[in-house]
Design a protein around this ligand. Structure first.
Ligand SMILES: NC(=O)c1ccc[n+]([C@@H]2O[C@H](COP(=O)([O-])OP(=O)(O)OC[C@H]3O[C@@H](n4cnc5c(N)ncnc54)[C@H](OP(=O)(O)O)[C@@H]3O)[C@@H](O)[C@H]2O)c1
Length: 273
C-alpha cells in the first residue's frame, strides 16, 4: 500500500465546539489559511461540517492518506483519546502537540504520543468559544521560540493565555475553567430574586442577564480593580451598601473559597481516573 501525505500548518483532532471555534478564529485572524488547516473527527460528521463551512481539509486518520503537520491540537473528549489508532498517533511523530483535554495529564498524553516534539497541556474555558476566554497552559519542556509562538497563536484564538506549571492547572480549572458557571449561577440567583419582586419571567431574566453582561463589559473596559468599581457604586448608607453588607454577613467570600476548593479537589480526583 502506497502511503500518501497531506501537509498542514496545524491539524485538529476533534472538530466540535472548541476545535471549531479555534479553527474559525485562526482563519479570522489570518494566522493560517484554509489550505493550511486539517481536521478529523469520529463518525458524526463534525469534521465534514466544519470543512464545508470554512474550506479546511478533512483527513480520515485511518485511511492511507496521512497528515503531515507541524502542530496538532487535541480537541476531542478525553475518553475519545483511547480510540485513536496507532497509525493515527504515529503520523504525529515530531509535531508539537497542544492538548485541550480537560483533566488529562501530560504523562498520559506522552504515553499515546511518545515521539511528539513537545507536549502542551491547556485548560481553556467556554468563553473561548467566542474568543473571550482565558487559558492556562503548561508544557513538558522549555519550548523553542517557534513553538512558544505557535502556542501563543493557537491558544490566542480562544482569548488570553497564561503560562503556568502543570501542577497549577487544577487550580486554573477551579478558577477560570469552572468560573463561567459561577457567574451564570449568580445570574440565576439574581433572576430568582427579581421574580420574587413580582417581575414576570422575561423581565426578571432581562434585568439579571443584562446587568451581568454590562458589569462584565465595564470591568473589561475600565482600568480599575473590581473592588474599586464596586466602591464607586456603593455610597455610604445607600442601597448597594445594604446588599453588600448582607452578602458579607452571609459569608460570600468564604463560600466562594470553599466552592473553588471543591472544584480543585474534584479536578485532582478526575485527573487520576
Ligand atoms: N467546552 C469547553 O468549554 C471546554 C473547556 C475546557 C476544555 N475543553 C476540552 O475541549 C475538548 C473538546 O470539547 P468540545 O466541547 O469541543 O467537545 P465536542 O463538541 O464534543 O467535540 C469533540 C470532537 O472530537 C471528535 N472526536 C471524537 N472521537 C474522536 C476520535 N477518536 N478521533 C478524532 N476525533 C474524535 C468528535 O467527533 P464526532 O462529533 O464525529 O463524534 C468532535 O468533533 C474536550 O477534551 C474538553 O475536555 C472544553
Amino acid at each position: 500500500m502506497q502511503e500518501h501525505k497531506k501537509s498542514f500548518g496545524v491539524f485538529f483532532v476533534g472538530a466540535g465546539m472548541m476545535g471549531g471555534s479555534m479553527v474559525r478564529s485562526l482563519l479570522r485572524s489570518n494566522a493560517f489559511g484554509p489550505d493550511q488547516i486539517g481536521c478529523c473527527s469520529a463518525k458524526d460528521g463534525t469534521a465534514e461540517k466544519l470543512a464545508a463551512e470554512t474550506g479546511i481539509s478533512v483527513v480520515d486518520l485511518d485511511s492511507e492518506t496521512q497528515p503531515c503537520t507541524n502542530v496538532v491540537v487535541l480537541a476531542c473528549k478525553p475518553q475519545q483519546l483511547a480510540a485513536l489508532s496507532p497509525s493515527a498517533t504515529s503520523s504525529f511523530n515530531g509535531a508539537l502537540l497542544i492538548s485541550i483535554l480537560a483533566g488529562t495529564p501530560i504523562s498520559k498524553i506522552r504515553e499515546r504520543f511518545p515521539n511528539a516534539r513537545a507536549i502542551v497541556r491547556a485548560m481553556p474555558n467556554t468563553p473561548g468559544s467566542i474568543g473571550a476566554g482565558i487559558t492556562g497552559w503548561a508544557s513538558d519542556q522549555t519550548l523553542q521560540p517557534e513553538d512558544a509562538s505557535a502556542v501563543a497563536t493557537v491558544l490566542g484564538s480562544l482569548g488570553e493565555a497564561i503560562h503556568t506549571q502543570e501542577s497549577e492547572l487544577d487550580a486554573v480549572t477551579a478558577i477560570s475553567g469552572s468560573g463561567p458557571a459561577y457567574l451564570f449561577l449568580f445570574t440565576e440567583a439574581l433572576e430568582k430574586a427579581a421574580r420574587g419582586f413580582g417581575f414576570d419571567d422575561a423581565t426578571a431574566l432581562k434585568l439579571a442577564r443584562q446587568t451581568m453582561i454590562g458589569a462584565a463589559k465595564l470591568m473589561s473596559e475600565s482600568p480599575l480593580h473590581p473592588s474599586e468599581l464596586r466602591r464607586q457604586v456603593t455610597s455610604p448608607g445607600g442601597t448597594t451598601q445594604a446588599a453588600v453588607q448582607s452578602f458579607e454577613q452571609g459569608g460570600l467570600h468564604d463560600l466562594v473559597r470553599t466552592a473553588a476548593q471543591a472544584a480543585h479537589a474534584r479536578s485532582i480526583e478526575l485527573s487520576k481516573l
